[in-house]
Design a protein around this ligand. Structure first.
Ligand code: K2U
Ligand code: ZN
Length: 181
């Protein structure tokens, strides 16, 4: 095989109401190391292409506690691979930001979350890491960790707003399918 650079294959992103998006994911174990190392670059490539600033493993059908995040601009990428991430502290003060989700395309709503979080996770080498995040990174981390528990940003809205948004998504997806025919 010549040593030309092979493109990293992109992964299909699951869309609500796919049941896998509502599962609680299992922890990554030592036996998953090879698979996680192969999955991470594909998740990052898929996230950049979307484009997005975060992507959780269940969104590409892998029910593992793993996510990728990169809030930086294209010319100064700083990818974070979060394995078995957990929030170990959060601020009492909150922050409200408009959120979207690659699994609910075209739907946006304001979500209020703790402004700052302290996150513990393993990196791809299996090294224990701990970071403090505020701003968009804090929102993104909380949004991705929700995915690992089958929680979507719409679950933080009132039932009325959630149902409105889910009905609109279903309508939009039906329209897309009709247009694709
Ligand atoms: O998990 C995902 O579906 C990717 C999310 C991550 C995210 C949502 C809300 C707020 C922060 C992060 C997004 O679809 S990535 C798209 C995006 C890009 C810039 C700012 C907000 C959302
Ligand atoms: Zn999402």
């Amino acid at each position: 095989m010549s040593d030309e650079l092979l493109p990293i294959e992109l992964l299909p992103i699951l869309i609500v109401p796919d049941a896998k998006l509502r599962q609680k994911c299992r922890a990554v174990g030592p036996g998953d190391a090879d698979m996680v190392r192969a999955l991470a670059p594909r998740m990052l490539a898929t996230m950049y292409k979307a484009p997005g600033i975060g992507l959780a493993a269940p969104q590409v059908g892998q029910l593992l506690r793993m996510a990728v995040v990169d809030i930086q601009k294209e010319d100064q990428r700083e990818p974070l691979v979060l394995v078995n991430p957990e929030i170990v502290a959060e601020s009492a003060d909150t922050f409200t930001r408009e959120e979207g989700c690659l699994s609910l395309p075209g739907q946006y709503a304001d979500v209020t979350r703790p402004a700052r979080v302290k996150l513990r996770y393993l990196d791809l080498e299996g090294t224990k890491r701990e970071i403090e995040a505020d701003g968009l990174l804090s929102t993104c981390i909380q949004h991705e960790l929700d995915h690992l528990d089958g929680v979507l940003f719409v679950d933080h809205l009132s039932a009325l707003k959630r149902n409105m948004l889910l009905r609109k998504l279903a309508k939009d997806m039906k329209l897309r399918q009709r247009e694709a025919m």
